[in-house]
Design a protein around this ligand. Structure first.
Ligand code: 5GP
Length: 174
């Protein structure tokens, strides 16, 4: 039986997401429209919450990439669904669930930079610095964690557990 042990509680996450929203607004400036680019699927829960904590003019779009099968990083990134709107001249913040090796983000930042946004920064709820293979800038980090595979709050394993309100560690197997 697979079990999930709580690692970051719903309250821990909510408190940090509120801080991150304020941090993103502060960095942008009060009057700047902020355009969030959520990385599907894992970031959709985090994006929905952080978007409501930024305040002011905020819009969002989504991009879907594939980089993982199971729990192993292949390092191969593919755009499965592209943005619906141009980001040229906009203040763009990439919203990602977790930065692990950094390969996904490095690729995405490269692609989005060629589309000439006025500003391009990144917010990640979680970061595993010990796993980094490329040095990728992440301006807003929710929690720095050790090399553990986490699920919940949008993060899955084989499409399961995205609905957990907390972030947990998977124990055992099916
Ligand atoms: P990276 O390219 O930085 O190695 O990986 C980024 C992606 O890998 C994340 O967007 C996420 O989908 C997946 N990933 C990395 N670590 C974890 C983890 O601990 N749990 C889950 N569920 N996905 C992870």
């Amino acid at each position: 039986m697979t079990q999930v042990r709580e690692f970051l509680s719903k309250a821990d996450i909510a408190a940090r997401v509120t801080e991150l929203g304020a941090e993103i607004r502060r960095a942008a400036g009060a009057d700047t429209p902020v355009h969030l680019v959520g990385v599907l699927k894992g970031a959709f829960v985090f994006l929905a919450d952080v978007m409501r904590e930024i305040g002011g003019d905020v819009s969002c779009d989504f991009i879907a990439v594939s980089s993982y099968v199971g729990t192993q990083s292949t390092g191969q990134v593919q755009i499965l669904k592209d943005l619906g709107h141009s980001i040229e001249g906009r203040y763009v913040v990439i919203v990602e669930d977790i930065v692990d090796t950094g390969l996904t983000l490095a690729y995405l930042q490269g692609v989005l930079r060629t589309r000439a946004p006025k500003s391009l920064t990144t917010a990640c709820l979680l970061s595993k610095p010990s796993r980094r293979k490329v040095n990728v800038p992440v301006e807003h980090i929710g929690f720095t964690i050790e090399d553990r595979f986490v699920v919940g709050y949008g993060l899955d394993v084989n499409e399961r557990y995205r609905n957990l309100p907390f972030i947990g560690l998977v124990q055992g197997g099916d």
